[in-house]
Design a protein around this ligand. Structure first.
Ligand code: FAD
Length: 467
């Protein structure tokens, strides 16, 4: 295994569980990859703080008073916020180290490179650990080297021009922030730092925010973000990013073709992630690339027999921790000769941890129509859900896209409270090819946010109870 992020470490553990002898080579000082150190986990840790902070802003409404006689107000201890985030990361790094030992996975620190095709069925990987060279031999090699943030041409990340790495350790929340790119990473940081008081401006090239989501989800996120005071500029082409005496200046052409500039304390560049596929020896093998991403078959095997690729480097796979880890488990099952099911790329949940959250799976309404499918759509607003009222979180809705004839659920799109949790039901139902009718008669506990799904299934037949 080359790479110890979620795709690599999950596959390593699963391989060991199957009784295979597994070595995991990682070039970082600590296991866990982007996800654990500068991705999923730290962002969600900050998001939790942001959520609590947002609740505290409405403390009086919740019947909570501060200080003597209730005249004090809460203050934010940013150093403690960062410390908590780092403690969570360290806990999980230790957890991974424990799991490697428990499963007898040999962890080899260093930078791994394939030396070429297998010789007599055995692959050789060169390992360079700060100049100390060694080789590892194996029948199968899995490459899970992940990705890194793309920057705009000529830009270098630093203390004001930020990627996901620098923004996670700022000495204080910025007073103003420009976010270039409104994909999941961009909108999550926009949401977090808006909660912490930053004046946030989003510049997105495409006509809508979260452009891979259903159009109605994009519209609702934009509506709520605007209500939260986030300035959204779609159709904006960034021309130049420069440092000023105090901060940064971004020049861009707006949707109407007019030249604009915007200044802020910091700018986050969140325009996508490039696969780490250069310099790892792939060119010496038959492995095929597509715009830098590795092409694989349904078992994650590349065109080079015995070489597998998993995670963010895979062509056509969403760059998400859970898609990478599942592909790692599938590849290991294949190597171990155990049963597996190829991943259904249209059943990978997509979760965006903004306020409000987004959870979606399957076809959007537009995709279903493009495929020429006859569909029925049902929509239920969280305004009609009692648990959402209890949480004080009424924005958003659940939208179901279903097959008109058989009622099979083809897509579920949720924006609202805990959308990233409740989407799990939809994934399971779609995996089992469930229908609207079956789900309309599936008992959902009360009062829960999941009940909004029950109402949305009903809405497909024009029969929601609470709207
Ligand atoms: C800000 C942010 C937030 C995110 N939030 C989420 C989220 O909430 N949910 C979600 O599902 N996904 C999220 N993602 C995406 C997620 O982090 C990635 O999809 C995931 O980390 C990819 O896993 P991976 O194992 O393919 O690669 P990585 O996690 O990038 O790990 C690759 C590993 O390989 C090592 N490596 C690289 N080259 C070599 C080499 N030649 N030799 C040895 N080792 C090498 C690296 O050191 C690293 O440890 C987020 C990403 C970002 C940037």
């Amino acid at each position: 295994m080359i790479g110890g992020g979620p795709a690599g470490y999950t596959a390593a553990i699963r391989g060991a569980e199957y009784g295979l002898k597994v070595a995991l080579i990682d070039s970082s000082p600590r296991l866990g990859g982007t996800c654990l150190h500068v991705g999923c986990i730290p962002t969600k840790a900050l998001l939790f703080n942001a959520e609590i902070w947002d609740h505290l802003k409405h403390a009086a409404e919740l019947g909570i008073k501060f200080g003597d006689g209730g005249i004090g107000s809460p203050t934010l201890d940013w150093a403690a916020v960062l410390k908590r985030k780092d403690t969570i990361i360290t806990k999980h790094v230790k957890g991974l180290e424990f799991l490697m030992k428990k499963n007898k996975v040999t962890v080899i620190p260093g930078y791994g490179r394939l030396t070429g095709p297998a010789q007599n069925g055995v692959h050789t990987v060169d390992v360079d650990a700060n100049g100390a060279k060694s080789q590892v031999k194996a029948k199968n090699v899995m490459v899970a080297t992940g990705s890194e943030a793309k920057l705009l041409p000529g830009l270098k990340a630093g203390d004001r021009i930020l990627t996901n790495i620098e923004i996670l350790s700022l000495p204080a929340p910025p007073k103003s922030l420009i976010v270039i790119g409104a994909g999941a990473v961009g909108v999550e940081f926009a949401s977090i730092f808006r909660s912490f008081g930053a004046e946030v401006t989003i510049l997105e090239f495409l006509p809508r925010v979260v452009p891979v989501e259903d159009e109605e989800i994009s519209r609702e996120l934009a509506r709520v973000f605007k209500k939260r005071g986030i300035d959204i500029n779609t159709g904006a082409k960034v021309e130049k990013v420069e440092r000023t005496a105090e901060g940064v200046k971004v020049s861009y052409t707006d949707a109407n073709g007019n030249a604009q500039t915007k200044e802020a304390e910091k700018v986050l560049v969140a325009v996508g992630r490039s696969p780490n596929t250069a310099g790892i020896g792939l060119e010496k093998t038959k492995v095929e690339l597509e715009r830098g991403f590795v092409k694989v078959n349904e078992t994650q095997e590349t065109a080079e027999p015995g070489v597998y690729a998993v995670g963010d480097i895979v062509a056509g796979l969403p760059q998400l921790a859970h898609s990478g880890s599942m592909c790692g488990m599938i590849a290991m099952a294949k190597i171990a000769g155990r049963p597996y099911r190829p991943i259904r790329r249209d059943r990978i949940p997509s979760c965006t941890y903004t306020e409000p959250q987004i959870g979606s799976v399957g076809l959007t309404e537009a995709q279903a129509k493009e495929k020429g499918l006859q569909i029925k759509v049902g929509k239920f607003p969280f305004a009609g859900n009692s648990k959402a009222t209890i949480l004080g979180s009424h924005d958003g809705f659940v939208k179901i896209v279903s097959d008109a004839k058989y009622g099979e659920i083809l897509g579920v799109h949720i924006i609202g409270p805990q959308a990233t949790e409740i989407i799990a039901e939809a994934v399971a139902v779609m995996e089992l090819e469930g229908t609207v009718e079956e789900m309309m008669f599936t008992v959902h506990a009360h009062p829960t946010l999941s009940e909004s799904l029950l109402d949305a299934y009903g809405a497909v037949e024009g029969m929601a109870i609470n709207a």
